[in-house]
Design a protein around this ligand. Structure first.
Ligand code: G3P
Ligand code: MG
Length: 234
């Protein structure tokens, strides 16, 4: 079973920062996950929430800020003072650090409904970095997955189930030619796991931070778990 460092080694360093990604690589992660939003001046940036509240800001929204404004924010001190130099990374910086070292699970938080043109920008960047084999783009925003597929037939896609009924999800996954169904730990039943496998899909589970739970999923033939602790099973 693959272990995917969730938001980097986010149990040990501030989530979605270069420090968290560097640490995940140092700890031997073969895959990592991170979340993408877009600034007002169309930079693709790595942060989980749509605003800065949880990582030390006062609720400033990413879509309202330009990159020169956003890059001044310290997004490390909320976790620990020694991370005070951490800034919101751009996707390009994560590629500089981690491409060809790990598989990259790029979670697009919202598509064009919120961030006009984001799918095209993401595909263009992935192509220009020759990152198509290394990246799996996932999203709860299934419209965004369809937009991505229309732009690039070779792009690897992961389908985050969210509240979508399973039958509908399998139908869409087939149309999308997605490679995985991604479920929360609560959603991941034996029935769903084998239903995905019967269709030739990988089944990935988030977020698993407890070693016995990870071993239970491994026994259930889950293909990968997203974990804040890359060494969980070592
Ligand atoms: O991609 C798996 C997982 O990251 C989805 O949930 O909220 O942690 O982005 P979230
Ligand atoms: Mg995520």
């Amino acid at each position: 079973m693959q272990l995917i460092a969730h938001r980097g080694a986010s149990g040990l360093a501030p989530e979605n920062t270069l420090a968290a990604f560097r640490l995940a690589l140092e700890l031997g992660a073969s895959a990592m996950e991170f979340d993408v939003h877009q600034t007002a001046d169309k930079e693709l940036v790595i942060i989980h929430d749509e605003d800065l509240k949880r990582v030390g800001g006062r609720g400033e929204r990413i879509r309202d800020m330009t990159w020169p404004e956003l890059c001044r924010f310290d997004v490390g001190s909320w976790f620990d003072a020694r991370f005070c130099a951490e800034r919101v990374p751009r996707l390009e910086e994560v590629f500089d650090l981690a491409l060809r070292k790990a598989e990259l699970h790029v979670e697009l938080k919202c598509g064009s409904r919120v961030y006009p043109g984001i799918e095209g920008r993401l595909v263009q960047l992935i192509r220009s970095r020759r990152a198509l084999p290394a990246c799996v783009v996932s999203s709860f925003d299934h419209k965004a997955l369809f937009a991505l597929r229309a732009l690039e037939p070779r792009l690897r896609l992961g389908y985050l189930l969210g509240d979508t009924p399973l039958d509908q999800a399998f139908q869409e996954i087939e149309e999308l030619k997605a490679e995985s169904l991604n479920l929360s730990g609560k959603q991941a039943s034996a029935v769903r796991i084998s239903a995905a496998h019967r269709r030739g899909l990988k089944l990935l589970v988030y977020t698993v931070n407890d070693a016995p739970e990870a071993r239970r999923f491994a026994k259930m033939r889950v293909d990968g778990v997203f974990s804040n602790f890359p060494e969980l099973l070592k």
